[in-house]
Design a protein around this ligand. Sequence first.
Ligand SMILES: Cc1cc2nc3c(=O)[nH]c(=O)nc-3n(C[C@H](O)[C@H](O)[C@H](O)COP(=O)(O)OP(=O)(O)OC[C@H]3O[C@@H](n4cnc5c(N)ncnc54)[C@H](O)[C@@H]3O)c2cc1C
Length: 560
Amino acid sequence: MIRADDAYDVVVIGAGLAGLSLARQLLLASPRRILMIDRRAELPPRRQKVGEATVQVSGFYFSKVLELEEHLLREHYLKYNLRFWWKTPGRANDAFEDYSQSYIRSFSNVPTYQLDRNAIEAELLRLNAACDTFQCQHSATNIDVRFRSQEPHVVTFEAEGGARTVFARWVVDASGRGRVLARRLGLQRVSPILHGSSFVWVEGLVNLEQFTNCPSREIPRMPIRRHIGHLPFWLATNHFCGEGFWLWVIPLQGRTSLGLVYDIARVSHMDVDTAEKLIAWISREFPLFRRALSGRRVIDHGCFRSCSYDCERAISAERWALSGEAGRFTDPLYSPGGDLIALHNTLIAHAIAGDDASLPSKCAAYDRLMRAWHDAYVPSYAVSYDALGDQRSMNLKYTWELAVYFAMYVFPFINDLFASEAFIATYLRMMARLGRINDRLQAFIDAYYRWRKPRRANTAVPTFHDFTASAELRIAESAFYEVGVSLDEARRVLSAQAANLERLARIIVMQVVAEVVGDATVADDASLRAAIDLDSLRFDPSQMDEWCTGARGTAMQASR
Ligand SMILES: Cc1cc2nc3c(=O)[nH]c(=O)nc-3n(C[C@H](O)[C@H](O)[C@H](O)COP(=O)(O)OP(=O)(O)OC[C@H]3O[C@@H](n4cnc5c(N)ncnc54)[C@H](O)[C@@H]3O)c2cc1C
């Protein structure tokens, strides 16, 4: 006999962002009995946690799905997009106006936030604990799970000096890098991405605008404002970029988070593995930070030799699932961690709400979708990371990636389409096609970056680029306003968006070809654009001139 006190609908292992969000999502839907168990005595911990920047999917998830909008606006900063910075050759680069920048000038209509992780976790814990059916066990050790197919799973652990056994229909692992179930079930897989990270919290706001050679009263009217405008760009997730590495600068209330992420072939972990070494490295690489960080109190520091890993599967009809870093993680460059939490939790919540008979097909579809989201990102991080070292290459890369993100990730998520098996089938077909294009395009951009590197003009003049100069990116963003769509309408929107993305891929290729052959007219030549075979795309400068002549000839013959 199972005592009623020991019977739960769901046991969640780990009270971090993933676990607490899942509990909130489940409790908002119905009063389920949830037991959360965590090894920590203090929840949330006071130390720095990474995962501070949100993007549109996670921003929507935390504010709208979890109904935290007021808390977010009260306790966290609204994020002013992602903003990239590059040093300008021939300049001292000790002032913000020396740097080239790429950005979006307006705020996103699907708002994003800079999270103080400990503050949002404290709020989630408070809201969950206010429900009678939620319990949280701190200081739990030696957690083990015995899976049973017909009966509730058996979860054992030690806490408060004794052993406890409980029973649960579902067990969800949200233990982050503890990876309790992945280890237990042998699901761990390595990732092709080999990137490390070192990060600090420093006291106070690093307001980039103040690190200038301009007298302070003239800052509001600096000529650079013609490009960047007047919004406080310190609210952005500011990325200072170099070949194979980037530094994030994220404002939190009363403190600033800075973190270096690097390809281990480009930066040695030994050079950045303490707060002092990291700050020295940053100040050498980006002289602006000599001013910004000198004399600042360091509040905390952490590092990972390796950020990325994969897992075999993340949800099973045997009534277990993984969410957050307990499953897989790619790379922080575009802040996908919160998005993965949003997607996994949403699918897990739908699986838990369903009946057992529907689980095999549902979990198979959900697992394929979770994998597709992960795999689609891998080439961006594993293939073309060096392109971070060049503004023009990165402008092309990010325009593509952001347009794919807006159309293929944000649009379905804000319409809650991902739980539908019928939608997933259509979606995965389109993602497979886009995935093949993406593989080719990422390799193409990487090769272009290497070709361009010795040829770049060292003009000593910073350049400014607004990503929304791309009409195709604006079309992708217009999907934010396609809301409340039926399944058929969603398919139509996605088909149109996929066609727009293919067009964007062709435009990007032609911009590169125009530069390589030294003929600007090539970029706008519709017949050349149409002649590109995206399935066999390769960056081969020696063939480009000949290819343009041939394709133009064929187009002329066809028009006669
Ligand atoms: C360098 C870096 C930068 C990142 N930046 C971003 C970003 O800007 N934006 C973004 O969205 N994502 C980012 N991410 C990803 C983000 O950090 C994760 O998505 C997020 O922290 C995962 O939260 P979680 O709840 O899965 O794990 P955690 O927050 O680590 O929570 C796990 C919980 O499980 C508990 N636990 C662990 N082991 C056990 C055990 N054996 N028994 C019981 N309990 C256990 C822990 O005590 C903890 O409370 C970044 C990742 C890295 C590596």
